[in-house]
Every structure is written in structure tokens, then in C-alpha cells.
Design a protein around this ligand. Structure first.
Ligand SMILES: Cc1ncc(COP(=O)(O)O)c(C=O)c1O
Length: 402
């Protein structure tokens, strides 16, 4: 049997994966922790017999591991199917539980589609949603939140860090303002977990979303933190699992994997931060020097360590992705969830980029297995690809290349 990861496709010799904000590979320690639960430790965590007890113990250990990553108590962590479900549960669950108190929600115009579309759904149900506008670096000023709060506001949902540009929000200040008004504060920390200190107490979060596959755990598992005493209405009704917050037989295999991934992420966060920042900074510096007319998107300092989003005006983003892919380099335009639809990213438009510049943008996102050699390899191919695509697009528009 062919042992290459892609037996059906002819991959070039080099294979440089720089799309860790889309997903990460499962770490071997995580895989090893999960494996017995596919085989002999297959019990249902709700069963009373020893198979069930074994699964229950594993789920509870994972709950404590995930709680440790965000400084929560284990009883405040509930497992879900991923970041999308956690966001839906936080937003729709709060709206449903608190609608008698008011029907106003505050969020931003750069949230992940799981938050954006949950809010759009609620607007159709008669809720009013304020979308705060970010500045040119993708930041919200906490004063904007203060000004937007009304007596009818029941929820503020502002992401911890952005998946496309990496900008980190001042969630600590925002949380303080929101909680002082007795309003529920949710933050989507899917991209921050394992890369930045995420502390539910320090930021005063009531609700927080996490995903397993962004922290070297498996796909299809996530978690929501719900502060003790905060009530939300479940979105799935059933057999009262997860303390009636999220019914459905626990995905023991995935939960065990997410728990191990969370524990390792917490242990290695600081060294990981340095490693990712070094590679990201080196690539950014070289792109600025070796390629003309580029623009880096996102906050220059308050940014996720491994995320670099660059606009190459005059080169079309999808063609850049495909040319880089042919050279063995995997990157993204916009978020993975919206790529496929060739529309400019709502995040880049929110920063004030024109649609053409937004379309010519690429996100490089580093991970733990990348090295400086990957930076060198990208820079051995990227300048040539950008200049060729700029020539092609200038020729088709009858213009002189940039
Ligand atoms: C910021 C953010 N929130 C939520 C999600 C959704 O997470 P999941 O893929 O686990 O549903 C993602 C995934 O791209 C994300 O980047």
C-alpha cells in the first residue's frame, strides 16, 4: 500500500502545510489516547455497568483537561460537536433563555460565520443585532461596546481572535464593561486556545467556544464554557446528556482526544507562541522586502502568533492558492468555511480593503511542525508566482503590470 498521505494525487516533493487556522493534524499523543476508545473501551458514558463507568471516567478526565486550558471549573465545560455548535448554542441558547428581558444582541462585523449566521437567524426571528464596525486593523474599541449597550441588550458576542487576520480583541476590557451591566458576554476563542492565554475569569466571559481540531485534536468535537449560574436554553433536546445543555450520547473518542489536546496545548503554549511568532515574523519581513506592493492585514502587534494575512493587489487569490498548491504549499484565502465561493472576505472588506485587494489576499497560518525551512521554501516560490499572476491579470485587463 502506498504510504504517502495522498496516494491518489501526485504531490510534489515538498509539502508545506501553512493552513493551521483551517485545521491541524491530530498529534500522535492524542491519537494514542483515543485509540483504545475505538476498540475495547467502547462503553456509553451513560451506562451504569463497568463499560459505561470507564467511558464516564474518561469523559470527566477530559472535561478537567479542557477546563484547565481556559481556567474554568470542570463543571462549567460541556462537550459539543465543535466550534460551530458551541457558537450556535451560546447565541441562540441565550436569546431563547433571556428573550423576556430584551431582544437586542451586540456583535462585530468580522465574526466567524457560525456567529454571523446565528445572529442573522435571530434577526429573522425578530431580534435586533448591532454589528460593531472594526477599525482598519480589525479591532473594536471597548467604548463602542459601552455605547451600544441598551436596557434591552441580553448578549454581547465578540470573538477572542479572528481566524482570517489574527487580530486579537481587548476581551478583558469588553468583558468588564458587559458584565457590569448584567449582560451575558460570549467570546469565540476557537482560534486563540493553545496560542494565547485564554482565561475566563480574567476576561469575565460567561460563555466561551472551543474546537478540538484547531488544537491538534480530532474534528467533530468542541466545547462550550458556561459560567456557573448562567442559563441557556439547549438547541438539541433529548436524553439530558451534558447536564441537559447538549443532549446526545457523548462522543467519547473525540472528547478523550480533545482533552489530551487541551492538556498538551496548555503545557506548551508559551514555547509554541515563540516558535510560531518567529516563523510568522520572518515570513512577513521577507515578503515585505522581496515582493512589491503588498499589504499586511490585521493588527501589527495584537495578532495571533502564527497568522499572516497578506494582500497582493493585482494577483488573484484563488489563482495564488492553486499555484502555491502546485508548488506543494497549502494556504487559504479568507476562511476555509467560505473558500469555494469567490466573493471577497467579509473580514477584509470590514477593514476597508477594496474588493479587488481583498480577493488578492492569502492567509498563511503556521503550526507546531513548521520550521524556518518552510519560510525559505515559500520564499523560493512565492515572488515568482505573484509576479507571473500579476502579469497575467494585467495582460487580460490590457494594463501594465504593477
Ligand atoms: C473563529 C472560529 N469559530 C468557529 C469555528 C468553527 O469551528 P468548527 O470547525 O469546530 O465547527 C472556526 C473554524 O474555522 C473558527 O475559526
Amino acid at each position: 500500500m502506498d504510504s504517502t498521505p495522498f496516494p491518489e494525487t501526485a504531490l510534489p516533493m515538498a509539502s508545506t502545510y501553512l493552513d493551521h487556522n483551517a485545521t491541524t493534524p491530530v498529534r500522535s499523543e492524542v491519537f494514542d489516547a483515543m485509540e483504545p476508545f475505538f476498540r475495547d473501551r467502547f462503553g456509553n458514558a451513560s451506562s451504569i455497568h463497568r463499560f459505561g463507568q470507564d467511558a464516564r471516567a474518561a469523559v470527566e478526565e477530559a472535561r478537567a483537561q479542557v477546563a484547565g486550558l481556559v481556567n474554568a471549573r470542570p463543571g462549567e465545560i460541556y462537550f459539543t460537536s465543535g466550534g460551530t455548535e458551541s457558537d450556535n448554542l451560546a447565541i441562540k441558547g441565550t436569546a431563547c433563555a433571556r428573550k423576556a428581558d430584551g431582544r437586542h444582541i451586540i456583535t462585530t462585523n468580522i465574526e466567524h460565520s457560525a456567529v454571523m449566521n446565528s445572529c442573522a437567524f435571530l434577526e429573522r426571528e425578530g431580534f435586533e443585532v448591532t454589528y460593531l464596525l472594526v477599525d482598519e486593523n480589525g479591532r473594536i474599541d471597548p467604548g463602542q461596546v459601552e455605547d451600544a449597550l441598551t436596557d434591552r441588550t441580553i448578549l454581547v458576542s465578540i470573538m477572542h481572535s479572528n481566524n482570517e487576520i489574527g487580530t486579537v480583541q481587548p476581551v478583558g476590557e469588553i468583558g468588564g464593561i458587559v458584565r457590569a451591566r448584567g449582560v451575558c458576554f460570549h467570546t469565540d476563542a476557537v482560534q486563540s486556545a493553545g496560542k494565547l492565554a485564554v482565561d475566563v475569569e480574567a476576561m469575565g466571559a460567561d460563555l466561551l467556544s472551543l474546537s478540538g481540531h484547531k488544537i491538534y485534536g480530532p474534528k467533530g468535537v468542541g466545547a462550550i464554557y458556561i459560567r456557573k449560574g448562567v442559563e441557556i436554553e439547549p438547541t438539541a433536546h433529548g436524553g439530558h446528556h451534558e447536564n441537559d445543555v447538549r443532549s446526545g450520547t457523548e462522543n467519547t473518542v473525540g472528547i478523550v482526544g480533545m482533552g489530551m489536546a487541551a492538556e498538551l496545548a496548555a503545557e506548551e503554549r508559551e514555547s509554541e507562541f515563540r516558535h510560531l511568532s518567529e516563523m510568522r515574523d520572518a515570513l512577513e519581513a521577507r515578503i515585505r522586502v522581496e515582493i512589491e506592493g503588498v499589504r499586511v492585514n490585521g493588527h501589527p502587534q495584537r495578532r495571533l502568533p502564527g497568522t499572516l494575512n497578506v494582500s497582493f493587489p493585482g494577483a488573484e487569490g484563488e489563482s495564488l492558492i492553486m499555484s502555491l498548491d502546485l508548488a506543494g504549499i497549502a494556504v487559504s484565502t479568507g476562511s476555509a468555511c467560505t473558500s469555494g465561493a469567490i466573493e471577497p472576505s467579509h473580514v477584509l472588506l470590514a477593514l476597508g480593503r477594496d474588493p479587488r485587494t481583498a480577493l488578492g489576499s492569502v492567509r498563511f497560518s503556521f503550526g507546531r511542525d513548521n520550521t524556518m525551512g518552510d519560510v525559505d521554501y515559500v520564499m523560493s516560490r512565492l515572488p515568482g508566482i505573484v509576479s507571473r499572476l500579476r502579469e497575467v491579470s494585467a495582460a487580460s485587463a490590457g494594463q501594465v503590470p504593477v
